[in-house]
Write a protein that binds this ligand. Structure first.
Ligand code: MEV
Length: 439
């Protein structure tokens, strides 16, 4: 039975590993070999990764793939994707190719506003608080000048600070609801630094505001933090084409288009379906977010909140057929950065941004939205035609064969076999066993 440890973070990497494996694994020697296998032989690179987080013991690899042929606003991209799930990159590539010959993807930035809030309790007269805010608003800006100077030089900075009375939701609760433009930075550090300065100014100035009584002077700041809900940091991506060009066989095109629209209508109407539908979108989005060193948890949280913005969780994509034109689109909030954070620190992130031709944050928003839309198009297209398993199992085949310990020769033979046969887990195991038996 392991016992708690004091001062774990102070131990060396080696000591941490030895303690961990001795206390929590059945075969410490084998476990250590596994950890070491994933260390980079380039010690400088390994140290860089060790220092990204705390208590690092090894590296956790995800495959980095690429989906070529994305035509976005007339420009061709190959999109890097970091993801463990088979068939996602293939689906993206397929959708990219499909839309390449139909005019490609069109995107628009609908907003780039980031949000942060100072949450505080005020025990007193709300009218007095409002007049206090009007008096100190300029000081909130000027006290933060040292933090905002560089961002302002580049055209960004604090856009607005608003006092919000939230007492209907929670007794005595008010907030400074602040909006920012952080340009090519995701902006978390910038925003949080501004907010913490606003909180200080708010507290200090309240102490000196003559109209406040003693209780009112004691504004209780609870916390100051950016919001990952960014409904006005929004991008739209769209594809469209004549219905009769949607399928190779024109006689199926109208039925296919209708089924696509119905599938989206179901995801609009039914939260159980909407969650899975949006999960498919996030397959595309998260993998580009990860490859470009952005924060997928922040994006996930914000996107799902946006999917519920009208009070019910619903589809993030929409589809229509009007005047013989099939249209498919997404509007999605994405707070991304192409400078700061991991972008110049992680060599593969730097490379991914290079492959994307060094996009601005707004360009990256457009590329990511397209990856989400493409992924959803590919998934829903499979769902309403062949079903998802046919394509998925073909891609998953190698994982099953690797699990079974198939040799390279066996993999070639079985991949060929399943070009003509339906691949289910059992069918693959059976075919593998037959091959070994020489049947
Ligand atoms: C699997 O990762 C994603 C899908 O389930 C998405 C969908 O159902 O639309 C195929």
């Amino acid at each position: 039975m392991p016992t708690p440890i004091e001062g774990f973070s102070k131990l060396s990497k080696e000591e941490k590993i030895d303690w961990l494996l001795a206390n929590y694994t059945h075969n410490p020697e084998a476990a250590k070999n596994t950890l070491i296998k994933y260390w980079n032989t380039d010690q400088k690179l390994q140290k860089l990764h060790d220092e990204f987080i705390e208590n690092t013991i090894s590296n956790y690899y995800l495959p980095l793939g690429v989906a070529p042929n994305f035509l976005i606003n007339g420009k061709l991209y190959a999109i890097p994707m970091a993801i463990e799930e088979s068939s996602v990159v293939a689906a993206a590539s397929k959708a990219a190719k499909f839309w390449l010959s139909r005019g490609g993807f069109k995107t628009t930035i609908l907003g780039s506003e980031k949000i942060g809030q100072v949450h505080f309790m005020f025990y007193g007269d709300a009218k007095k608080l409002k007049s206090f805010f009007n008096t100190v608003e300029h000081k909130l800006h000027s006290d933060a000048a040292a933090i905002t100077k560089n961002m302002e030089k580049r055209g960004g900075g604090i856009r607005n600070i608003e006092l919000r009375d939230k007492t209907e939701a929670l007794d005595n609760y008010y907030q400074l609801h602040c909006t920012f433009e952080t340009l090519d930075a995701m902006g978390a550090n910038f925003i949080n630094s501004c907010l913490e300065q606003f909180a200080k100014t708010l507290k200090n100035e309240a102490q000196q505001f003559d109209s406040f009584d003693k209780t009112e002077k004691d504004i209780e700041v609870v916390m100051s933090i950016l919001s990952n809900y960014v409904p006005n940091c929004l991008v739209r991506a769209e594809v469209s084409c004549a219905v009769d060009t949607l399928t190779d066989d024109k006689s199926n095109a109208t039925e296919f288009a209708k089924k696509m629209v119905q599938a989206i209508a179901i995801a609009k109407a039914e939260p159980y379906r909407a969650v899975t539908h949006n999960k498919g979108i996030m397959n595309g989005i998260d993998s580009v977010i990860l490859a470009t060193g952005n924060d997928f948890r922040a994006v996930e949280a914000g996107v799902h909140a946006y999917a519920s913005k009208d009070g019910k969780y619903t589809s993030l994509t929409e589809a229509s057929i009007e005047n013989g034109i099939f249209k498919f689109w997404i509007e999605i909030p994405l707070a991304l950065g192409t400078v700061g954070g991991l972008t110049s620190l992680h060599p593969l992130v730097e490379l991914a941004l290079d492959i994307l031709q060094k996009p601005s944050a707004q360009e990256l928003m457009q590329i990511v939205a397209v990856a989400g839309l493409a992924q959803n198009f590919a998934a829903v297209r499979s769902l309403v035609t062949t079903g998802i398993q046919e394509g998925h199992m073909k891609m998953h085949l190698l994982n099953i064969l690797n699990q079974l310990g198939a040799t390279e020769q066996e993999k070639v033979a079985l991949t060929n076999h399943f070009k003509k046969n339906t691949a289910t887990h059992n069918a693959v195991v059976e075919a593998f066993e037959n091959l070994r038996k020489g049947a």
